[in-house]
Design a protein around this ligand. Structure first.
Ligand code: ZN
Ligand code: ZN
Length: 688
């Protein structure tokens, strides 16, 4: 007769002995995921799953890296009523290998609390490895205690895993203690120890261990190459690199990275060119190395070569390439990389790539594209908010930046110190002095962020631009940390803008004390004297510059056209279109005068004769770039110029007039912000 319980729970068919042996033999030879799933289904249908050997074999196969299905492995493990020691081992190992060490440690605790199975010398190294991966030093130390208690203290596998764990966690003394207590030391163990020393910055100790090694592999050598190059001893690193018996791509990469870190990109390039085999890390080291050293054109050339070589970039590659694009302000190139990312399925809503894109578009002058990217990111993170706030500030859109800041707080994202740099800069670019001061206070009082010298720098800049020079000077004197020359330079440039000779001289003295080679400082001071018609001081200063061999930084402007970057310095005559450019300049001069323009020669340092000054002004690098743009860039596209220094008063005025005369939108990025010139006025509203 049927009972209720038998209705709801049909009795499990008792497996037939021949089915069982069939499944056992099938599983013995099973090699792929499809077969495995079929056998698995059949064991469930026939009930042979409950045979301990079969369940355990299924578990092993699912956790095998060649099949690697962690979810199935876990669901099988959970269905085994009393897992054997082997099954626990398999599951813990599987978690560690799949970068879920948290789960491995939790499962290990479950084993200790809920089963009668004692941990063995397979399981212990595995879970200790998991602790190392997570840098979970407390948990690892507890397990070390357990190891000693249950008598595995002198097991070579367990000891080896402990050395590696302590080295990874930076507890080099403990690592050394375990290491010294080992009777048998394998290569892995020696390598872990030297790696640990290098990670703690004790490269000489690493060297000592290295010298005592009975045998070495390329890892041992590479660790030292890496260690010496990270602490700046690049020659020593190179010595080790040259002596390596066998070098692999990792060792080449370490050496290249070392040279780049050291700023020796020529040697890095020489090695790169010699390499027979390169991987994505090699290319990335070159791209980011050039980018960090300010060689943006070279960084992009390597990126291009990488794509041509058929190497697939990863996120780090694109971060490097986008940063280089930002450095040069190459909007077209940036758009191209953005398209490339879309085409190859790179996701940029997750984190750093989104931040880079926002940053790239704002630094390349298209705040609209930056905003589009920002809005399209569904789950915006701190990096995205900070990037857009910085971008808006750079474009003089302070109110937008402040709105975004408020919105960010509303949804509960805590600002980063860099977010405040963006806010303070935004206020500075439009002269919102009181607002800026308030945010500076809120940063400390509300968010507990200790201002860095950069934050003070922003505040000083804010005060200086608005003409509060005394207050700025007092603030600098009171800064708790050592002030740097950049802060005094802000004060000096504020004095230039507001014609204050006394404070200007004082600030210039401080800059010269801190950085005797700061050329900009002499130029600014000379401008201040010139504006005040103190010609004797101007010529005395010029004499001093000559004596010290200080040369003015050449102004340089670049403009992108049809995939090429065209660079101009003052009075440049090297461009193939020079003739056209200079006749355009003449035409511009005539049309400017018709519009009532009178040159402002107060900021010219080098020429004495009034006429000479005018000629020099007319040949400032941004004017050459604009002339090139007027000739070559089609009428409906804006002319985008990137300048390495601050735009001078006269060029600013001229560019405003030109935007009206030629009915062109001209976007100029100088060393601190963007100027959007249109219909005779500039977005900065004379505030820069
Ligand atoms: Zn100029
Ligand atoms: Zn402007």
């Amino acid at each position: 007769m049927l009972t209720l319980s038998s209705l709801s729970n049909p009795p499990i068919q008792s497996p037939l002995p021949d089915q069982q042996s069939l499944h056992v033999s099938l599983l013995q030879f099973c090699k792929n995921a499809r077969d495995l799933q079929q056998i698995h289904a059949s064991t469930l249908k026939t009930g042979t799953f409950h045979h301990p050997w079969i369940a355990s074999r299924l578990l092993s196969l699912y956790s095998d890296p060649r099949i690697g299905n962690l979810d199935y492995a876990l669901s099988i493990f959970e269905r085994i009523p009393k897992p054997s020691s082997h099954s626990w081992n398999t599951m813990i190992k599987c978690f560690v290998e799949n970068h879920r060490s948290n789960d491995a440690i939790a499962l290990f605790c479950e084993l200790l609390c809920e089963s009668a199975i004692p941990p063995d010398n397979f399981m212990l190294p595995c879970v200790i490895k998991g602790c190392g991966r997570l840098r979970a030093d407390e948990e690892g130390e507890q397990i070390h205690g357990l190891v000693l208690k249950i008598g595995f203290g002198s097991d070579v596998y367990v000891q080896s895993s402990l050395v590696s764990f302590y080295s990874k966690c930076g507890k080099i003394t403990s690592a050394r203690k375990v290491f010294d207590g080992m009777v048998e030391k394998d290569l892995v163990c020696w390598n872990s120890l030297i790696d640990g020393y290098v990670k703690c910055g004790e490269v000489d100790m690493a060297r000592e261990v290295f010298d005592g090694m009975p045998e070495r592999d390329s890892f041992s050598w590479t660790v030292l190459v890496d260690g010496y190059s990270k602490c700046g001893e690049i020659e020593v690193a190179r010595g080790f690199f040259d002596r390596m018996p066998v070098r692999n791509v990792v060792s080449w990469n370490a050496m290249i990275d070392g040279y780049m870190r050291y700023g020796d990109f020529v040697s890095a390039r020489r090695l790169f060119d010699k390499m027979m085999e390169r991987n994505v890390i090699t290319w990335n080291s070159m791209i980011s190395g050039y980018e960090r050293n300010g060689l943006y054109v070279e960084a992009l050339a390597i990126f291009q070569a990488m794509l041509e070589a058929g190497m697939m970039p990863n996120n780090a590659t694109l971060v490097g390439a986008l940063s280089a694009v930002s450095g040069l302000g190459l909007l077209d190139k940036g758009r191209w990389i953005h398209l490339y990312m879309d085409r190859y399925g790179f996701k940029y809503d997750g984190g750093v790539l989104g931040t880079c894109l926002i940053d790239m578009y704002s630094k390349c002058g298209s705040i609209e594209d930056a905003l589009d990217i920002f809005q399209a990111i569904p789950k915006k993170r701190l990096g995205h908010w900070t990037a857009i706030i910085n971008g808006l500030g750079m474009h003089g859109m302070a109110n937008h930046a402040l709105d975004f800041f408020a919105e960010m707080q509303r949804i509960g994202i805590k600002p980063h110190p860099i977010t405040f740099i963006g806010i303070l800069n935004a206020c500075s670019h439009v002269g919102l002095v009181d607002v800026g001061r308030r945010y500076f206070e809120r940063m400390t009082n509300e968010y507990g962020i200790t201002p860095t010298v950069e934050h003070y720098g922003c505040l000083v800049d804010l005060l200086c631009r608005a003409g509060h020079l005394e207050e700025a000077k007092d603030l600098i004197e009171k800064i708790p940390m050592r002030s740097n020359e950049v802060i005094w330079m802000s004060l000096l440039s504020g004095c230039r803008n507001h014609g204050n000779v006394d404070i200007g001289e004082y600030a210039a003295k401080r800059v010269i004390e801190l950085a005797p080679d700061a050329t900009g400082c002499y130029v600014l001071l000379s401008n201040i004297y010139a504006t005040a018609c103190r010609w004797a001081d101007v010529s005395a200063l010029r004499g001093m510059m000559k004596e010290k061999g200080v040369r003015k930084d050449p102004g340089c402007s670049s403009i992108e056209h049809a995939g090429f970057v065209h660079k101009f310095v003052v009075g440049d005559k090297s461009h193939p279109q020079t003739e056209c450019i200079y006749s355009k300049l003449n035409e511009m001069g005539v049309r400017l005068r018709c519009a009532g323009y009178i040159p402002d020669t107060t900021q010219v340092l080098l020429c004495v004769e009034e006429e000479g000054k005018e000629v020099e002004l007319a040949h400032h690098s941004e004017r050459l770039a604009i002339a090139f743009g007027l000739i070559n860039i089609e009428h409906r596209s804006p002319i985008r110029v990137v300048k390495n220094l601050r735009v001078c008063n006269d060029c600013h005025l001229v560019t405003k007039l030109l935007s009206d005369i030629y009915d062109r939108e001209i976007i100029v990025r100088d060393n601190s912000r963007f100027h959007h010139f249109k219909n005779g006025s500039c977005s900065c509203k004379e505030y820069w």
